[in-house]
Design a protein around this ligand. Structure first.
Ligand SMILES: Cc1cc2nc3c(=O)[nH]c(=O)nc-3n(C[C@H](O)[C@H](O)[C@H](O)COP(=O)(O)OP(=O)(O)OC[C@H]3O[C@@H](n4cnc5c(N)ncnc54)[C@H](O)[C@@H]3O)c2cc1C
Length: 330
């Protein structure tokens, strides 16, 4: 690990200032934000990130708050995953979010890992994590997974990189129509979760979000409406714990008189961003969730998938998980 200066601000403005101070004249950042450290410390140890300054957010009071204000859930960036999975208001009014948080890693990681860190964690592609491999996500010319080992990579939205986004909470929050609040030097900016994440073909290939190096994700907001109440989550992983999704599904369904009034579905583990499937959602609207409708929506959801040499299994897997989730919601 390269040595760095640790800065411990006690206010968000102080943290923003520390980030601004660490920008060089060309607008490149020499800093990294530290929350629970579950991902950042690995990145530092494996020389994937070599900041000169580490700005520790943990000293900023109140950033871990979880508040239910009427029909709005507000979660601070430092809220831990274990606090989210156990929060009574979330369990009752946005069950899929609690289920997604509970599916992450292990109790130890969830008790330290934060919401902001979970959404901003870096890819888990083996080539990205291998210090010696200068893949396209690290400024190299090539995505090695395209012609190499790609069992865990994307079947949607890939190219020129084929990572899948590792965050389970991102998938759930995309289905729940959540927004992220980012502190910039111009003030607070609120963006729908789906626009927060970027495909490798958009924005910078070196990043997964719109977040700039001198900005801080401070809060996530979720509407606690009928859609959130009718939400469910499921994830398939190779190991029982300590593992990311091979594929996951979050579906949120609002019903009226037994028929679907509104539907939002996001797939995880299949694309570089949480992958919404609007055509499958549209197919559900106005119908009862019977077996024929569920089968049609699942087929539609996976239409257009472009598997690589080793990950075609993700198509039937994601269909199976979506079937299970929709049957549960029926
Ligand atoms: C063995 C293992 C298994 C795991 N399995 C899963 C899994 O199944 N599902 C899943 O979703 N995750 C999984 N994870 C990832 C884990 O959930 C994340 O590493 C953790 O949530 C990161 O949170 P943190 O607070 O520790 O972030 P940190 O490590 O402190 O930060 C992570 C990144 O986010 C940036 N960051 C942190 N906070 C902010 C902020 N407020 N604003 C802007 N940038 C910020 C940091 O600079 C850093 O780049 C696993 C991790 C491990 C080690």
């Amino acid at each position: 690990m390269k040595s760095f200066t640790l800065v411990n601000p006690t206010t968000l403005d102080g943290a923003l200032e520390a980030l601004a101070d660490a920008m060089d004249r060309r607008g490149r950042s020499k800093a990294a934000l530290l929350a629970g450290g579950q991902d950042l410390l690995t990145e530092l140890k494996e020389h994937l990130a070599e900041p000169e300054v580490v700005v520790n957010l943990k000293g900023v009071p109140g950033l871990d708050a979880i508040l239910v204000e009427g029909d709005l859930l507000r979660m601070g960036a430092l809220a831990t995953l274990s606090a989210i999975e156990a929060h009574p208001g979330i369990l009752e009014r946005a069950p899929a979010l609690a289920q997604a948080a509970a599916s992450v890693a292990s109790p130890q990681i969830r008790s330290v890992g934060t919401l902001g860190g979970n959404l901003c964690q870096r890819p888990r592609c083996a080539y990205y994590r291998l210090e010696e491999a200068k893949c396209i996500k690290k400024g190299g010319a090539e995505c090695f997974s395209y012609s190499g080992r790609n069992k865990y990579n994307a079947i949607f939205g890939g190219g020129p990189s084929y990572i899948v986004h590792p965050s389970d909470l991102a998938t759930a929050l995309a289905a729940l129509d959540a927004s992220v609040v980012v502190l910039t030097k111009k003030g607070l900016q609120t963006t729908p979760v789906e626009r927060f994440f970027t495909l490798p073909s958009e924005g910078s290939i070196l990043k997964e979000t719109i977040l700039k190096p001198d900005e801080i994700l401070v809060e996530v907001q979720v509407p606690l409406d009928a859609l959130a109440r009718g939400s469910a989550w499921s994830k398939f992983k190779e190991r029982a714990s300590y593992d990311w999704a091979l594929a996951s599904v979050c579906a949120a369904i609002e019903k009226d008189a037994g028929k679907v009034k509104r539907a939002r579905i996001a797939l995880g583990g299949v694309a570089p961003i949480p992958w919404r499937v609007p055509a499958a959602e549209a197919l559900l609207v106005g119908k009862a969730l019977d077996e024929a409708v569920i089968a049609a929506a699942c087929a539609e959801a996976l239409r257009g998938a472009e598997p690589l040499s080793e990950n075609g299994y993700k198509i039937p897997l994601a269909k199976g998980i979506l079937t299970r989730v929709l049957r549960g919601l029926a």
